[in-house]
Design a protein around this ligand. Structure first.
Ligand code: ACO
Length: 700
């Protein structure tokens, strides 16, 4: 992993491409560094100048009077390679390349970027960018960017793949008084990417909350490992836009068709404890709450309001966002009843009425914050003729001091009338939103973070001593030798059995009598299925016969299947007919896998059978380090789970066996990267054990 300590806190900086012209980025960067309070040495580099902004200017990096720990480069793209090489030769280890004109511009730019990457690699340099705004660290302090202004010191780190977003958020943050520890503009992520910076800020004592805006991740496994470690240390909130390429590719399996483009990211965030938000406003609403408030001890929320409508909106949102309305103790209700006017609602949501001044808010907020059955509180205030927003804000600040362990957030609704009160709250670290919804969403985000980190503690991954990887390898080798991409049903059944996944016995036969002999030994009833990697919908072409009970039925069935195939698909090569034990019906499930470009195998589980695409009762997880806890959560998320627990008097299914099968399945698809898609559909679940009836495996 990268070591970014000297990157963010260098003893010396060179600005290569420094300029005297105030309109040039090379000039803005020099100004930003010197005006940010940076106390290290600053060396502008420009072959034509002797002095820039009062600083001695040097013609090249190797002429700098002291070793350079960080070089910020803003020369045109045609000169970047030469300059970066010179940095490498001079022993510079950290680079920021502002210059645009690389892979974002097409093939030529991509080639340039590849060379840039290899120079960094050759000289063991760490590089932010290219095509970025740079970075800011308010604690060093340093502004190694061309963004205008300097943010307030704070505890939020913002890592962004969009440079424009960095610039605009920086400007906005100063207007609302929100402080940041770091701003990092990732640019093209050629060398350092989001994972390196997440890793660094997770251990940064000046950062309490990590915010990310990303369009993709560079390295799925590295991201998963890093995000998981970071989330355990502090909240990692991510806004991800764009659509992954995995979903864009045509999928040939059920699982592939079910797995939408974004599902792998969704699973990755879920499994690594990341808090995913869907909008920019949510990203910052949550950040404000996390930066200033404690993590709630539970999900029970109290509402104090001076108006019924917003109280109801907040109550609805509490339910929508998986929180609970707190039930007050008898003492709280009694005291609220004693001190509030008779018309007030003394139950949750507490309505202190439209004519409430600060004293009623003080009393009600204090009482509910004291209540042991309350984990957090939301104060709603609608601007009115007699409201006292500033006094109310001050009362809340006092109360919060006495309840450091419980979050207190607010929504002051109105414009000018509430602005000062809202600012008073914000300045004291009490998040104040414009409406109830973001206030509730923020609490909900904090509660789900608390749940997540608790769950991340249990990461037991099943291990298996009895798996037979050699058999799987030899089956796959045979398929490759035959130049096939799809396994026959009999091969697929054997393959999963080698990993301990119970599969219905399936034997390939090539003659009618042979099939009948096999059936005699297997025991009746049996099923016959045409064996051909080219025929995917066997039933549609008369390629399946169920419930055959005798030698003669099987012999005849074989012949009939072959005749039908000859009739419907005369040009398709057929390997024979598979004889399979006819299994008693169990709950029909699907376990599948499709491979995501970034994150590897994505596992699907849900209700199986022929209606799988219609019903779409399927949940997803990544196979990477899939823990027992996650497998249980995966099963629990589906409607199939209600059936498995025993629906309407049916006996419950063997959920333990399903957990085991999913664990083994995850291991199988992780061990063999050439397996690109799998559908086990149906997998019959019984009250004891399971059996994979139909298995389709595709390889690359
Ligand atoms: N060593 C040192 N200085 C050099 C060298 C060298 N080898 N070669 C040239 N210079 C000097 C130039 O002489 C010039 O100085 P001067 O003003 O004294 O003449 C200075 O470096 C800059 O070179 P210019 O040719 O004037 O380049 P300019 O400043 O116009 O552009 C820049 C350079 C800003 C890097 C441009 O190429 C670029 O990439 N712009 C886009 C930046 C961007 O948008 N980045 C992504 C941000 S993310 C977002 O979306 C907002």
């Amino acid at each position: 992993m990268a070591n970014l300590t000297s990157f963010f806190n260098p003893k010396s900086i060179a600005i290569i491409g420094a300029s005297k012209s105030p309109e040039k980025i090379g000039n803005v960067i020099v100004k930003n560094i010197t005006s940010s309070g940076y106390t290290g040495m600053v060396f502008p580099i420009n072959p034509r100048e002797k002095e820039i902004n009062g600083l001695v200017c040097y013609p090249s990096i190797n002429m700098a009077p002291a070793p350079v720990e960080l070089a910020v480069i803003s020369v045109p793209s045609t000169m970047v390679l030469e300059v970066v090489k010179a940095c490498g030769k001079s022993g510079v280890k950290n680079l920021v390349v502002i210059t645009a004109g690389f892979k974002e511009t097409g093939k030529k730019g991509l080639e340039l970027e590849k060379t840039l990457a290899s120079i960094c690699h050759q000289y063991k340099m760490q590089m932010l960018g290219p095509n970025c705004v740079g970075f800011i660290d308010t604690h060093t302090p340093i502004n190694a960017s061309f963004a205008a202004g300097f943010p307030m010191k704070g505890e939020i780190a913002f890592i962004s793949q969009s440079g424009a977003m960095v610039i605009s958020i920086l400007d906005w943050s100063t207007s609302v008084g929100l402080g940041f520890s770091k701003f990092i503009s990732l640019g093209n992520k050629t060398n350092l990417n989001e994972a390196h910076f997440i890793e660094h800020v997770a251990d940064d004592p000046n950062t309490k909350v990590i915010l990310c805006y990303i369009e993709d991740v560079e390295n799925g496994t590295l991201f998963l490992e890093t995000a998981r470690r970071a989330s355990r240390k502090k909240p990692l909130i991510i806004l991800k836009s764009g659509i992954s390429q995995a979903g864009a590719r045509a999928a040939s399996s059920h699982t592939g068709a079910l797995a939408g483009s974004d599902l792998a990211y969704e699973a990755a965030f879920l499994q690594s404890g990341v808090i995913r938000v869907r909008s920019m406003s949510e990203l910052f609403d949550l950040a404000i709450a996390f930066a200033n408030q404690p993590i709630p001890g539970g999900e029970r929320v109290a509402i104090i309001t001076n108006s019924g409508g917003p109280g109801i909106v907040a109550t609805d949102n509490i339910e929508l966002k998986n929180l609970k309305m707190a039930h007050f103790t008898k003492d709280t209700i009694k005291e609220l009843g004693q001190f509030l006017p008779g018309e007030s609602n003394i139950y949750n949501p507490v309505d202190v009425l439209g004519d409430a001044k600060a004293d009623r808010y003080r009393l009600a907020t204090n009482k509910v914050m004291d209540d042991q059955g309350v984990d957090s509180a939301v104060v709603l205030l609608c601007a009115g003729g007699v409201t006292e927003p500033v006094e109310t804000a001050r009362a809340m600040i006092e109360i919060k001091k006495n309840h450091p362990e419980k979050p207190l957030v607010a929504a002051f609704m109105g414009g000018e009338l509430v602005a000062e009160g809202a600012n008073t709250l914000a300045a004291a670290g009490i998040p104040c939103y414009n409406f109830p919804e973001p206030a509730i969403s923020s609490l909900s985000g904090m509660v789900s973070y608390a749940r997540n980190i608790h769950l991340l503690e249990d990461e037991t991954v099943l291990t298996y001593q009895d798996i037979d990887a050699k058999s799987v390898r030899s089956i796959l080798n045979q398929v490759k030798r035959d130049n096939r991409l799809v396994l026959l049903g009999s091969e697929a059944a054997k393959l999963i059995s080698a990993y301990g996944i119970p599969a219905t016995t399936t034997i390939l036969t090539t003659q009618p009598e042979e099939a009948a002999d096999v059936a005699e030994k297997m025991g009746y009833p049996v099923v016959l299925k045409v064996a051909s990697p080219r025929i995917t919908h066997k039933t549609d072409v008369g390629g399946v016969k169920f419930g055959l009970e005798s030698f003669e039925e099987v012999r005849k069935g074989f012949i009939e299947i072959m005749e039908k195939i000859q009739m419907y698909m005369p040009r398709v090569a057929v390997n024979g007919v598979e004889v399979q034990r006819m299994m008693p019906k169990g709950t029909e499930l699907i376990i599948g896998m499709t491979r995501d470009i970034q994150f590897g195998p994505l596992i699907a589980f849900g209700l199986g059978g022929i209606y799988v695409n219609l019903i779409k009762d399927v949940s997803f997880r990544l196979a990477h380090r899939l823990s027992i806890r996650e497998i249980k959560k995966l099963i629990g998320e589906t409607k199939a789970y209600s059936l498995l627990r025993g629906y309407r008097g049916e006996p419950p299914a063997d959920i333990g066996a399903i957990v085991e099968v999913i664990g083994r399945f995850a291991k199988l698809v992780t061990d063999f990267p050439e397996i690109t898609e799998v559908d086990i559909n149906p997998l019959f679940a019984y009250s004891k054990g399971v059996s994979a009836v139909d298995v389709k495996i595709t390889i690359s």
